[in-house]
Write a protein that binds this ligand. Structure first.
Ligand SMILES: [Fe+2]
Ligand SMILES: [Fe+2]
Length: 349
């Protein structure tokens, strides 16, 4: 059983488990490695990032990881997060990671996965994306309150991949609030896939339109409208059959008053996933910084949707406003109970 280092260590350092060490390139770990010396109660540098580790040194380092004495600086977290984002399954077995850190790892991972899939919309990258979405689903299913941390990572720098991930995180949070902890892993995977792929057809729109630095003219908007059908055709070619994915792609631009596209359907004719994807997509579009306009503040974007009762589902926009203003209420109750159970000086949150 590995020794537990003093808790103060966890503020500055993050423990490297044998699992994670194994996932590093064997001869050249990508981060500085630190060793906790029990005799003096201090942590010291034992290996510089990128320097070569010989066979003997590798065995020594592995033994330290096994004994729970190997650490990295939390300041090196981003290098580590990028590394972990390529081996996403590790976040399910690592307990030294804070939920904020896991959320950032998920963000990096899905931004890369979806960008890779958009570059090459084939079955193999789609299968990889699905595998990683199953990991996210498992993580969220085990504790739905974790979606709050996902929404803490929303990025303002707009591109198609960031927009896709922001939409997915917001949509999952709305779903968690809506279903009041009665989610299934399978429904989480389907909805996540729909949310992250909702603009799949945008890869057919020429870059000179999507990257335009001015407001779009009518002809550009008409071109963009075709992304819905283009996305559905791609889903068919890829053999994606889940209705929820299709509804998300097909209906995210439909509006309750019939003013949306491509079909101009209204009210209950728009499915719940379609309405949820519409709210998540519109919110995510507003909070992104574009060359021709600033990013809208989160509260402002939520308020705009709340007031647009003609076009957006008011139950969903109401949940969005609560989420942005105060987080998920049932999770606050949950946190308060946890705090009550811990010692008064245990201020680690
Ligand atoms: Fe769209
Ligand atoms: Fe979108």
């Amino acid at each position: 059983m590995p020794e537990q280092p003093p808790s103060i260590l966890s503020e500055t350092y993050l423990q490297i488990s044998p699992n994670i060490l194994e996932s590093f390139p064997r001869f050249r770990p990508p981060v500085d490695l630190y060793l906790y010396d029990e005799a003096v109660g201090r942590v010291g540098l034992t290996h510089r990032a990128g320097a070569r580790l010989g066979n003997e040194a590798q065995a020594r380092v592995a033994a330290h990881a096994e004994a729970g004495r190997l650490f990295l600086l939390r300041d090196d977290y981003l290098i580590y997060a990028e590394h972990l984002s390529r081996k996403l399954g590790l976040v399910l077995v690592e307990d030294g990671l804070r939920p904020q850190e896991v959320a950032e790892i998920f963000f990096l991972a899905f931004r890369d996965r979806v960008a890779g899939f958009y570059d090459q919309p084939k079955k193999e990258p789609l299968a990889r994306l699905r595998d990683d979405l199953s990991i996210l689903a498992e993580y969220v299913w085990a504790d739905p309150c974790r979606v709050e941390f996902l929404t803490g990572t929303l990025h303002k720098d707009y591109d198609l991949a960031v927009h896709a991930v922001n939409s997915m995180f917001i949509g999952l949070a709305l779903y968690a609030m809506l279903s009041d902890e009665k989610m299934t892993r399978l429904s989480l995977v389907g909805l996540s896939l729909g949310l992250i792929l909702h603009d799949l057809g945008m890869t057919n729109v020429p870059r000179f339109i999507t990257d335009k630095e001015q407001y779009l003219v009518r002809r550009d908007r008409e071109s963009i409208r075709k992304h819905v059908e283009a996305g559905l055709r791609k889903l068919d070619r890829l053999g994606v059959g889940e209705p929820v994915v299709r509804q998300c792609l097909e209906e995210h631009h439909e509006r309750l008053d019939g003013s949306g596209y491509p079909r101009g359907i209204r009210g209950d004719a728009i499915s719940l996933p379609g309405r949820l994807c519409a709210v998540a997509d519109s919110f995510s579009a507003m909070i992104g910084r574009r060359p021709y306009r600033d990013a809208t503040m989160l509260e402002q974007a939520a308020a705009t949707l709340v007031h647009d009762v003609e076009r957006y589902d008011r139950r969903l926009t109401g949940l969005l406003a609560v989420l942005i203003a105060e987080g998920i209420p049932s999770c606050r109750a949950h946190d308060a109970a946890d705090e009550g159970a811990s010692s008064p000086e245990g201020g680690d949150s």
